[in-house]
Write a protein that binds this ligand. Sequence first.
Ligand code: CO
Ligand code: ZN
Length: 332
Amino acid sequence: MKDLIKKLTEVCSPSGREDAIADTILDLLKGHIDGYERDRLGNLIVWKKGRSGKKILLDAHMDEIGVIVTNIDENGFLRIDPIGGVNPRILLGARLIIDEVVGVVGVEGESRDELEENLKKMSFDKIYVDIGVRSKEEAEKKVRIGSFGTYLPCFADLGNRILSKSMDDRVGCAVLVEVLREIDDPKNDVYCVFAVQEEVGIVGARVAGFDIEPDVAVAVDVTGVGDTPKALKRISMRLGCGPALKVMDGRTISDRKLLNMMENLARELGIPYQMEVLPFGGTDAFGYQLTRSGIPSMTLSIPTRYIHTPNEMVDFNDVLNTVKLLREFVKI
Ligand code: CO
Ligand code: ZN
């Protein structure tokens, strides 16, 4: 399972450029699914047929945050804009990979005062990417306006905890892949959506459920935690305390019946879990709730530290317990 997470997080596929990650996921699912489709937006939809006539949709978004090249100067330095929630402060000093070219993010400042000021009020106007070239011509042989980039892969296995770029939401993709591999002859139809463009406004999930018309939808995604020094006091989630059953976030109130069902199941199985209220954010569950006449939806979250940085940390047992819970959930 750690290998699976490593493999999925190492693929560079920001929002709008999901082909590489879709191919990787399909490859990992060979022999474990009854069929698949890429819809017109690019969502990868795979299924396994059951006997009950009930349809369960599981979702994980396969895109990741990233950057896009907006301009290239005379000396070959790149200017960038964010794809999704990327903080320029966190980009500083980070390694990026843009069209297979590695670069590092630097900050402007002609005097010490200006540099201090820029560091304090960081913005995309003040940072640039150095890809190790000396001129615009040289740069243009490698990248162009509109090239997409992500953090450079940097998976690390710390034992109980694992660290990587794009745990958001490749760890969710890994959970779905593992669930599909572990269930044979499911009771219900299981549809897994690997959605596009979640990070730029929950785009893929708004259309993916339309043709499937599932009875319920469960989005699997990461959530913030309050278990680091001076973390947000209003957040209760912690690493290692099990999957988080989302009651509400900034976009969605989870379906009450579905949430109760999931909680009862976790209790019956003796799987550790925690309740989640996130005062901000949103997941693909939002998209399913607004599909057709409304699909009862919820989010099952994997608690994660340092979300949207190059080093997102999850607890390995939380991941395993999420797989266990969903594997049983599709049988209900
Ligand atoms: Co995210
Ligand atoms: Zn996410």
